[in-house]
Design a protein around this ligand. Structure first.
Ligand code: SAM
Length: 261
């Protein structure tokens, strides 16, 4: 850096974390049965019928866009990770499914034509300590659906995460080419900023070692509901899992559904 140059700030963690290593472990490794179950739940909760349009905000590799398209929906997905969108497009083309994918920032991007419903799945929200910044994604979601349309967001269950807090978690995935991989997740809560910081270490059998940082806002269910209301949604409903069971402190996830008036 030349003297007088402004120091460059580091890119946000989500620009680095969502790479092929994460995708292989975190997105492409779910059992097909689990993904089908989630898609069934989404269709039922959002009361979708074939021919309707769904906005998949932060769609990743199209893990849910594709099964939703296979159920007859027209899916419009957005993600900032170029390689993920390439994968989503290739998979949709191979399966001859009605999907349109965009590489864009979900803080900025809204659907060119409002959709019948929208999803934001698998903790793809709350990545900054700044509520005003986070809520921009909810504004883009509300803009992306028609009046009366529903939005569903799948998030961490913070009461459970706190009650069962584990400072370190070790995963040893098997199958899908992941045999021998060890993924260590070390977590630390920052109660001043409200962020859960995690350091993920990927240890490959060939000795390769990758370390990545993650930070997620510890929104309690009612706080997420308030953000949704501030963004313009109404009729907040909570589910505890994709079985549709009611939310409580032991639920696996905090799934919040809301409607655009
Ligand atoms: C945990 S993954 C979930 C992906 C997908 N929703 C699923 O359930 O398979 C989070 C995704 O959000 C995307 N993402 C994070 N921040 C984003 C942003 N600001 N704009 C667009 N995509 C973003 C990442 O690239 C990643 O694909």
């Amino acid at each position: 850096m030349q003297s007088g140059d402004a120091p460059r700030s580091a890119p946000p963690w989500w620009h680095e974390f969502f790479d092929d290593d994460y995708a292989a472990f975190g997105l492409a490794n779910d059992s097909p049965e689990l993904v089908e179950r989630i898609a069934d739940f989404i269709v039922k909760a959002l009361a979708l019928s074939p021919g309707q349009t769904v906005f998949d905000q932060c769609c990743g590799i199209g893990r849910l866009s594709l099964p939703l398209a296979a159920r007859g929906m027209h899916v419009l997905g957005v993600d900032r990770a170029l390689s993920y969108i390439h994968r989503a497009r290739n998979r949709a083309a191979q399966a001859n499914l009605q999907c349109e994918f965009h590489v864009a920032d979900a803080f900025e991007f809204s659907a060119p034509q409002p959709c019948d419903a929208a999803i934001n799945w698998f903790t793809s929200f709350g990545y900054t300590p700044d509520d005003d910044r986070n809520i921009q994604m909810l504004h883009r979601a509300v803009e992306s659906i028609k009046p009366g349309g529903r939005f569903i967001i799948d998030y961490l269950n913070i009461p459970r995460l706190m009650a069962d807090f584990r400072p370190s978690i070790i995963n040893r995935p098997t199958g899908n080419g992941l045999d021998g991989l060890i993924v260590l997740n070390e977590q630390k809560a920052d109660y001043k900023t409200g962020m859960m910081h995690s350091e993920w270490t990927f240890l490959y059998p060939d000795g390769r070692r990758i370390v990545r940082q993650v930070a997620t806002r510890m929104y309690m269910p009612h706080e997420l509901g308030r953000l949704l209301e501030t963004a313009g949604f109404v009729d907040i409903q909570l589910f505890g899992s994709t079985d549709g069971e009611p939310f409580d402190r032991t639920s696996r996830r905090c799934i919040t559904m809301a409607r655009k008036p």
